[in-house]
Design a protein around this ligand. Structure first.
Ligand code: EPS
Length: 396
Protein backbone atom coordinates (compact mmCIF):
# COMPACT_ATOMS: atom_id res chain seq x y z
CA UNK A 1 0.00 0.00 0.00
CA UNK A 2 1.15 3.49 -0.77
CA UNK A 3 1.76 5.93 2.06
CA UNK A 4 3.60 9.21 2.36
CA UNK A 5 4.74 11.68 4.99
CA UNK A 6 5.94 15.26 4.73
CA UNK A 7 8.11 17.41 6.99
CA UNK A 8 9.31 20.97 6.92
CA UNK A 9 8.45 24.47 8.11
CA UNK A 10 7.26 27.18 5.71
CA UNK A 11 10.41 29.28 6.21
CA UNK A 12 12.73 26.46 7.24
CA UNK A 13 15.53 25.15 5.06
CA UNK A 14 13.45 22.76 3.01
CA UNK A 15 10.36 20.61 2.68
CA UNK A 16 10.95 16.87 2.86
CA UNK A 17 8.80 13.93 1.79
CA UNK A 18 8.93 10.15 1.80
CA UNK A 19 6.70 8.04 -0.45
CA UNK A 20 6.54 4.30 0.04
CA UNK A 21 4.75 1.49 -1.73
CA UNK A 22 5.11 2.59 -5.36
CA UNK A 23 5.51 -0.53 -7.53
CA UNK A 24 8.89 -1.07 -9.17
CA UNK A 25 9.59 0.05 -12.72
CA UNK A 26 7.45 3.19 -12.76
CA UNK A 27 9.11 5.83 -14.91
CA UNK A 28 9.38 9.12 -13.03
CA UNK A 29 11.48 12.26 -13.35
CA UNK A 30 11.93 15.43 -11.33
CA UNK A 31 10.82 17.33 -14.44
CA UNK A 32 7.47 15.54 -14.39
CA UNK A 33 6.97 16.45 -10.71
CA UNK A 34 8.19 20.03 -11.26
CA UNK A 35 5.43 20.67 -13.77
CA UNK A 36 2.82 19.94 -11.07
CA UNK A 37 4.76 22.08 -8.57
CA UNK A 38 4.71 24.92 -11.08
CA UNK A 39 0.94 24.52 -11.54
CA UNK A 40 0.45 24.74 -7.76
CA UNK A 41 2.25 28.07 -7.70
CA UNK A 42 0.01 29.71 -10.33
CA UNK A 43 -3.28 31.57 -10.06
CA UNK A 44 -4.41 35.17 -9.86
CA UNK A 45 -4.48 36.31 -6.24
CA UNK A 46 -1.40 34.59 -4.90
CA UNK A 47 0.94 36.49 -2.58
CA UNK A 48 4.55 37.67 -2.69
CA UNK A 49 6.04 34.34 -1.65
CA UNK A 50 5.32 32.82 -5.04
CA UNK A 51 7.56 35.46 -6.60
CA UNK A 52 10.41 34.29 -4.39
CA UNK A 53 10.03 30.55 -4.76
CA UNK A 54 10.35 28.46 -7.87
CA UNK A 55 9.60 25.08 -6.40
CA UNK A 56 11.85 22.32 -7.70
CA UNK A 57 12.06 18.80 -6.36
CA UNK A 58 15.21 16.78 -5.82
CA UNK A 59 14.72 13.01 -5.84
CA UNK A 60 17.18 11.64 -3.27
CA UNK A 61 16.40 7.92 -3.20
CA UNK A 62 14.14 5.15 -4.46
CA UNK A 63 14.68 5.90 -8.18
CA UNK A 64 17.47 4.54 -10.38
CA UNK A 65 17.96 5.36 -14.07
CA UNK A 66 14.55 7.01 -14.16
CA UNK A 67 12.57 4.10 -12.69
CA UNK A 68 11.26 3.38 -9.20
CA UNK A 69 13.06 0.68 -7.20
CA UNK A 70 10.23 -0.16 -4.79
CA UNK A 71 12.25 1.32 -1.95
CA UNK A 72 11.14 4.51 -0.16
CA UNK A 73 11.39 7.58 -2.39
CA UNK A 74 12.85 10.58 -0.57
CA UNK A 75 12.09 14.05 -1.92
CA UNK A 76 13.41 17.51 -1.13
CA UNK A 77 12.21 21.01 -2.04
CA UNK A 78 14.46 23.81 -0.83
CA UNK A 79 12.86 27.01 0.47
CA UNK A 80 14.57 29.94 -1.22
CA UNK A 81 13.08 32.28 1.39
CA UNK A 82 15.12 30.48 4.08
CA UNK A 83 17.94 32.89 3.30
CA UNK A 84 15.88 35.70 4.88
CA UNK A 85 14.72 33.55 7.80
CA UNK A 86 17.96 31.86 8.90
CA UNK A 87 18.03 33.70 12.24
CA UNK A 88 14.33 33.48 13.03
CA UNK A 89 14.12 29.81 12.05
CA UNK A 90 17.52 28.58 13.24
CA UNK A 91 17.62 24.92 14.26
CA UNK A 92 20.27 25.58 16.91
CA UNK A 93 20.67 28.43 19.41
CA UNK A 94 18.33 30.02 21.99
CA UNK A 95 16.27 32.37 19.85
CA UNK A 96 17.07 35.29 22.12
CA UNK A 97 16.34 38.59 20.43
CA UNK A 98 13.85 36.99 18.02
CA UNK A 99 10.41 38.65 18.14
CA UNK A 100 7.73 36.45 19.73
CA UNK A 101 4.32 36.39 18.07
CA UNK A 102 1.48 36.40 20.59
CA UNK A 103 -1.61 37.64 18.67
CA UNK A 104 -3.60 34.87 16.93
CA UNK A 105 -5.43 35.31 13.60
CA UNK A 106 -9.08 34.19 13.77
CA UNK A 107 -9.55 31.19 11.47
CA UNK A 108 -5.87 30.17 11.46
CA UNK A 109 -4.33 27.37 13.52
CA UNK A 110 -2.51 29.98 15.69
CA UNK A 111 -4.76 29.96 18.77
CA UNK A 112 -5.70 26.29 18.98
CA UNK A 113 -2.07 25.32 18.42
CA UNK A 114 -0.86 27.64 21.19
CA UNK A 115 -3.37 26.17 23.66
CA UNK A 116 -2.80 22.59 22.56
CA UNK A 117 1.00 22.57 22.35
CA UNK A 118 1.72 25.23 24.96
CA UNK A 119 3.65 27.55 22.64
CA UNK A 120 4.51 31.02 23.87
CA UNK A 121 5.56 32.01 20.33
CA UNK A 122 2.89 31.47 17.66
CA UNK A 123 5.63 31.24 15.02
CA UNK A 124 6.00 27.62 16.18
CA UNK A 125 2.48 26.93 14.89
CA UNK A 126 2.37 29.26 11.88
CA UNK A 127 5.30 27.56 10.22
CA UNK A 128 3.97 24.02 10.03
CA UNK A 129 0.30 24.98 9.71
CA UNK A 130 1.13 26.98 6.58
CA UNK A 131 -0.19 25.79 3.23
CA UNK A 132 3.42 25.81 2.08
CA UNK A 133 3.37 22.15 3.17
CA UNK A 134 1.17 21.38 0.17
CA UNK A 135 4.16 21.87 -2.14
CA UNK A 136 5.65 18.65 -0.80
CA UNK A 137 2.27 16.95 -0.76
CA UNK A 138 1.87 17.70 -4.45
CA UNK A 139 5.40 16.36 -5.11
CA UNK A 140 4.71 13.08 -3.26
CA UNK A 141 1.27 12.60 -4.80
CA UNK A 142 2.50 13.37 -8.31
CA UNK A 143 4.51 10.13 -8.27
CA UNK A 144 1.28 8.31 -7.42
CA UNK A 145 -0.55 10.26 -10.10
CA UNK A 146 2.01 9.06 -12.65
CA UNK A 147 1.30 5.48 -11.57
CA UNK A 148 -2.44 6.01 -12.14
CA UNK A 149 -1.82 7.54 -15.56
CA UNK A 150 0.16 4.44 -16.54
CA UNK A 151 -2.98 2.48 -15.66
CA UNK A 152 -5.13 4.78 -17.82
CA UNK A 153 -6.62 6.76 -14.92
CA UNK A 154 -6.43 10.56 -15.28
CA UNK A 155 -7.18 13.35 -12.81
CA UNK A 156 -8.09 16.96 -13.56
CA UNK A 157 -9.82 19.95 -12.03
CA UNK A 158 -11.29 23.38 -12.64
CA UNK A 159 -12.63 26.18 -10.47
CA UNK A 160 -16.40 26.68 -10.18
CA UNK A 161 -16.55 29.82 -8.06
CA UNK A 162 -14.50 32.54 -6.38
CA UNK A 163 -16.47 34.65 -3.94
CA UNK A 164 -19.75 35.59 -5.62
CA UNK A 165 -18.44 34.84 -9.12
CA UNK A 166 -19.95 31.43 -9.73
CA UNK A 167 -20.82 29.27 -12.69
CA UNK A 168 -24.62 29.50 -12.98
CA UNK A 169 -24.98 27.89 -16.37
CA UNK A 170 -23.71 24.45 -15.55
CA UNK A 171 -24.54 23.19 -19.04
CA UNK A 172 -21.81 25.43 -20.50
CA UNK A 173 -19.26 23.69 -18.27
CA UNK A 174 -20.69 20.27 -19.03
CA UNK A 175 -20.35 20.97 -22.75
CA UNK A 176 -16.67 21.87 -22.27
CA UNK A 177 -16.12 18.64 -20.37
CA UNK A 178 -18.18 16.56 -22.82
CA UNK A 179 -15.79 17.55 -25.62
CA UNK A 180 -13.26 15.25 -23.99
CA UNK A 181 -15.21 12.60 -22.12
CA UNK A 182 -14.79 9.90 -24.71
CA UNK A 183 -11.08 9.59 -23.91
CA UNK A 184 -9.81 8.06 -20.67
CA UNK A 185 -7.51 11.09 -20.33
CA UNK A 186 -10.53 13.44 -20.49
CA UNK A 187 -10.01 14.74 -16.95
CA UNK A 188 -6.47 15.76 -17.84
CA UNK A 189 -7.69 17.53 -20.98
CA UNK A 190 -10.11 19.51 -18.80
CA UNK A 191 -7.25 20.47 -16.52
CA UNK A 192 -5.10 21.61 -19.46
CA UNK A 193 -7.99 23.81 -20.60
CA UNK A 194 -8.42 25.23 -17.07
CA UNK A 195 -4.68 25.90 -16.82
CA UNK A 196 -5.08 28.49 -19.59
CA UNK A 197 -7.20 30.63 -17.25
CA UNK A 198 -5.55 32.72 -14.47
CA UNK A 199 -8.27 31.47 -12.09
CA UNK A 200 -8.56 27.97 -13.66
CA UNK A 201 -12.13 28.59 -14.80
CA UNK A 202 -13.73 27.19 -17.95
CA UNK A 203 -16.26 30.02 -18.37
CA UNK A 204 -14.67 33.31 -19.47
CA UNK A 205 -17.47 35.57 -18.25
CA UNK A 206 -17.26 34.10 -14.74
CA UNK A 207 -13.47 34.30 -14.93
CA UNK A 208 -13.67 38.07 -15.48
CA UNK A 209 -15.97 38.50 -12.46
CA UNK A 210 -13.69 36.30 -10.34
CA UNK A 211 -10.62 38.37 -11.20
CA UNK A 212 -12.53 41.56 -10.34
CA UNK A 213 -13.62 40.04 -7.04
CA UNK A 214 -10.01 39.18 -6.16
CA UNK A 215 -8.86 42.66 -7.16
CA UNK A 216 -11.54 44.24 -4.96
CA UNK A 217 -10.71 41.96 -2.03
CA UNK A 218 -7.03 42.86 -2.28
CA UNK A 219 -7.83 46.57 -2.29
CA UNK A 220 -10.02 46.12 0.79
CA UNK A 221 -7.34 44.12 2.62
CA UNK A 222 -9.61 41.09 2.48
CA UNK A 223 -9.45 37.51 1.14
CA UNK A 224 -11.71 35.21 -0.90
CA UNK A 225 -12.50 31.50 -1.07
CA UNK A 226 -14.40 29.44 -3.60
CA UNK A 227 -15.36 26.03 -4.92
CA UNK A 228 -13.39 23.75 -7.21
CA UNK A 229 -14.21 20.48 -8.93
CA UNK A 230 -11.90 17.49 -9.28
CA UNK A 231 -12.61 14.93 -12.03
CA UNK A 232 -11.23 11.44 -12.59
CA UNK A 233 -11.63 9.53 -15.85
CA UNK A 234 -10.61 6.04 -16.94
CA UNK A 235 -11.67 4.55 -13.61
CA UNK A 236 -12.66 0.87 -13.60
CA UNK A 237 -15.80 -0.35 -11.84
CA UNK A 238 -15.15 -1.79 -8.39
CA UNK A 239 -12.59 0.40 -6.57
CA UNK A 240 -13.52 0.71 -2.89
CA UNK A 241 -16.13 -1.29 -1.00
CA UNK A 242 -19.44 -0.93 0.83
CA UNK A 243 -18.71 -3.75 3.31
CA UNK A 244 -17.02 -1.65 5.99
CA UNK A 245 -17.15 2.09 6.79
CA UNK A 246 -13.44 2.68 6.36
CA UNK A 247 -13.32 0.94 2.99
CA UNK A 248 -15.86 3.28 1.36
CA UNK A 249 -13.98 5.14 -1.35
CA UNK A 250 -16.23 8.21 -1.19
CA UNK A 251 -15.37 8.64 2.50
CA UNK A 252 -11.66 8.25 1.80
CA UNK A 253 -11.75 10.75 -1.07
CA UNK A 254 -13.64 13.27 1.06
CA UNK A 255 -11.05 12.88 3.82
CA UNK A 256 -8.20 13.50 1.39
CA UNK A 257 -9.81 16.72 0.11
CA UNK A 258 -10.75 17.84 3.63
CA UNK A 259 -7.13 17.47 4.68
CA UNK A 260 -6.15 20.40 2.45
CA UNK A 261 -5.70 23.70 4.27
CA UNK A 262 -8.89 25.83 4.33
CA UNK A 263 -11.12 23.20 2.69
CA UNK A 264 -14.34 23.14 4.72
CA UNK A 265 -16.84 21.33 2.51
CA UNK A 266 -16.80 18.39 0.12
CA UNK A 267 -19.50 16.86 -2.06
CA UNK A 268 -19.55 13.86 -4.37
CA UNK A 269 -21.39 14.41 -7.63
CA UNK A 270 -24.39 16.65 -7.09
CA UNK A 271 -24.42 15.76 -3.38
CA UNK A 272 -25.98 18.93 -1.94
CA UNK A 273 -28.32 19.68 -4.86
CA UNK A 274 -29.54 16.06 -4.83
CA UNK A 275 -30.67 16.50 -1.21
CA UNK A 276 -33.42 18.84 -2.44
CA UNK A 277 -34.68 16.67 -5.30
CA UNK A 278 -36.96 13.63 -5.67
CA UNK A 279 -35.22 10.27 -5.97
CA UNK A 280 -36.51 9.96 -9.53
CA UNK A 281 -34.61 13.15 -10.40
CA UNK A 282 -31.42 12.01 -8.69
CA UNK A 283 -30.47 8.43 -9.51
CA UNK A 284 -28.71 7.66 -12.76
CA UNK A 285 -30.76 5.26 -14.93
CA UNK A 286 -29.15 2.27 -16.65
CA UNK A 287 -29.43 1.70 -20.36
CA UNK A 288 -27.74 -0.38 -23.06
CA UNK A 289 -25.49 1.19 -25.67
CA UNK A 290 -24.24 -1.26 -28.29
CA UNK A 291 -24.65 -4.06 -25.77
CA UNK A 292 -22.78 -2.24 -23.00
CA UNK A 293 -24.54 -1.20 -19.76
CA UNK A 294 -24.18 2.58 -19.40
CA UNK A 295 -25.87 5.46 -17.53
CA UNK A 296 -27.90 8.29 -18.98
CA UNK A 297 -26.61 10.73 -16.34
CA UNK A 298 -23.89 10.94 -13.68
CA UNK A 299 -25.42 12.78 -10.74
CA UNK A 300 -23.83 10.24 -8.37
CA UNK A 301 -20.38 11.48 -9.40
CA UNK A 302 -19.06 8.02 -10.28
CA UNK A 303 -19.58 6.41 -6.87
CA UNK A 304 -22.40 4.21 -5.60
CA UNK A 305 -22.20 2.33 -2.30
CA UNK A 306 -18.69 3.70 -1.76
CA UNK A 307 -17.56 1.88 -4.93
CA UNK A 308 -16.59 3.32 -8.32
CA UNK A 309 -19.30 2.63 -10.91
CA UNK A 310 -17.22 3.27 -14.03
CA UNK A 311 -18.53 6.80 -14.61
CA UNK A 312 -16.36 9.88 -14.27
CA UNK A 313 -15.63 10.63 -10.59
CA UNK A 314 -16.82 14.15 -9.77
CA UNK A 315 -15.75 15.72 -6.45
CA UNK A 316 -16.29 19.29 -5.31
CA UNK A 317 -14.58 21.08 -2.47
CA UNK A 318 -15.24 24.45 -0.84
CA UNK A 319 -12.26 26.49 0.32
CA UNK A 320 -12.86 29.17 2.94
CA UNK A 321 -11.18 32.57 2.47
CA UNK A 322 -7.58 32.61 3.74
CA UNK A 323 -7.51 33.72 7.37
CA UNK A 324 -4.61 36.17 7.15
CA UNK A 325 -6.26 39.55 6.50
CA UNK A 326 -4.43 42.78 5.64
CA UNK A 327 -7.31 44.55 7.43
CA UNK A 328 -7.28 42.25 10.44
CA UNK A 329 -10.19 41.10 12.61
CA UNK A 330 -10.30 41.66 16.39
CA UNK A 331 -8.10 39.40 18.45
CA UNK A 332 -6.55 39.16 21.90
CA UNK A 333 -2.85 39.30 22.73
CA UNK A 334 -2.22 36.00 24.53
CA UNK A 335 0.63 37.53 26.57
CA UNK A 336 -0.82 40.90 27.64
CA UNK A 337 -4.52 39.76 27.55
CA UNK A 338 -5.27 43.03 25.73
CA UNK A 339 -7.84 43.37 22.93
CA UNK A 340 -5.91 44.14 19.75
CA UNK A 341 -6.17 43.66 16.00
CA UNK A 342 -4.93 40.32 14.66
CA UNK A 343 -1.44 40.23 13.25
CA UNK A 344 -0.89 40.49 9.49
CA UNK A 345 1.86 38.72 7.70
CA UNK A 346 2.34 38.26 3.97
CA UNK A 347 -0.23 35.90 2.51
CA UNK A 348 -2.42 35.19 -0.52
CA UNK A 349 -5.65 37.05 -1.33
CA UNK A 350 -7.10 33.97 -3.03
CA UNK A 351 -5.58 30.51 -3.47
CA UNK A 352 -8.57 28.60 -4.89
CA UNK A 353 -6.85 27.91 -8.25
CA UNK A 354 -3.81 26.49 -6.42
CA UNK A 355 -6.10 24.52 -4.14
CA UNK A 356 -7.71 22.82 -7.13
CA UNK A 357 -4.27 21.60 -8.26
CA UNK A 358 -3.61 20.30 -4.74
CA UNK A 359 -7.02 18.59 -4.82
CA UNK A 360 -5.98 16.71 -7.96
CA UNK A 361 -2.84 15.52 -6.19
CA UNK A 362 -4.17 14.42 -2.80
CA UNK A 363 -6.78 12.04 -4.16
CA UNK A 364 -4.18 10.09 -6.15
CA UNK A 365 -2.97 7.90 -3.23
CA UNK A 366 -6.59 7.08 -2.28
CA UNK A 367 -7.37 5.90 -5.81
CA UNK A 368 -4.05 4.12 -6.22
CA UNK A 369 -4.48 2.17 -3.00
CA UNK A 370 -7.98 1.07 -3.99
CA UNK A 371 -6.55 0.08 -7.37
CA UNK A 372 -3.69 -1.90 -5.80
CA UNK A 373 -6.09 -3.58 -3.38
CA UNK A 374 -8.17 -4.81 -6.30
CA UNK A 375 -5.54 -5.64 -8.89
CA UNK A 376 -2.41 -6.14 -6.73
CA UNK A 377 1.22 -6.37 -7.80
CA UNK A 378 4.72 -5.28 -6.84
CA UNK A 379 6.02 -4.26 -10.27
CA UNK A 380 4.52 -2.28 -13.11
CA UNK A 381 4.94 -5.31 -15.37
CA UNK A 382 2.96 -7.53 -12.99
CA UNK A 383 0.26 -4.89 -12.56
CA UNK A 384 -0.18 -4.25 -16.27
CA UNK A 385 -0.63 -7.97 -16.91
CA UNK A 386 -3.11 -8.39 -14.07
CA UNK A 387 -5.07 -5.25 -14.89
CA UNK A 388 -5.58 -6.09 -18.53
CA UNK A 389 -6.90 -9.53 -17.52
CA UNK A 390 -9.11 -8.48 -14.64
CA UNK A 391 -10.44 -5.16 -15.88
CA UNK A 392 -14.21 -5.20 -15.87
CA UNK A 393 -15.15 -1.86 -17.39
CA UNK A 394 -13.92 1.68 -17.38
CA UNK A 395 -15.56 5.05 -17.38
CA UNK A 396 -16.36 6.83 -20.58
C1 EPS B 1 2.38 29.20 0.63
C2 EPS B 1 3.40 29.88 1.20
C3 EPS B 1 3.14 30.90 2.21
C4 EPS B 1 1.82 31.60 1.94
C5 EPS B 1 0.67 30.62 1.84
C6 EPS B 1 0.97 29.43 1.01
O1 EPS B 1 4.24 31.77 2.14
P1 EPS B 1 4.49 33.02 3.13
O2 EPS B 1 3.84 32.70 4.44
O3 EPS B 1 5.99 33.12 3.22
O4 EPS B 1 3.91 34.21 2.43
O5 EPS B 1 1.89 32.30 0.72
O6 EPS B 1 0.34 30.17 3.12
C7 EPS B 1 -0.84 30.52 3.70
C8 EPS B 1 -1.84 31.00 3.03
C9 EPS B 1 -0.94 30.32 5.13
O7 EPS B 1 -2.00 30.63 5.68
O8 EPS B 1 0.02 29.89 5.71
C10 EPS B 1 2.60 28.20 -0.43
O9 EPS B 1 3.77 27.83 -0.76
O10 EPS B 1 1.61 27.70 -0.97
Amino acid sequence: MIRYLTAGESHGQALVGIVEGIPTGLEISSEYINHQLWRRQQGYGRGGRMKIEMDRVEILSGVRFGKTLGSPIALLIRNKDWESWKDRMAVEGTGSGVEQITVPRPGHADYVAAVKYGYDDLRNAIERASARETAMRVACCTIVRKFLEEMGIFIGSHVLSIGTAAVNDRSKIDRSIAKFTRASCAAYKVTEEADKSPVRMLDESVERKAINNIRRAKKAGDTLGGIFEVLVTGVPIGLGSYVQYDRKLDGQLAQALMSIHAVKGVEIGEGFANAGRFGSEVHDPFTLKRGVIVRTSNRAGGLEGGVTNGEMIVLRAAMKPISTLAHPLPSVDLKTRRKVKARYERSDVCAVPACSVIGEAVIAPVLANAFLEKFGGDSMRELRARYSKKRIASSR
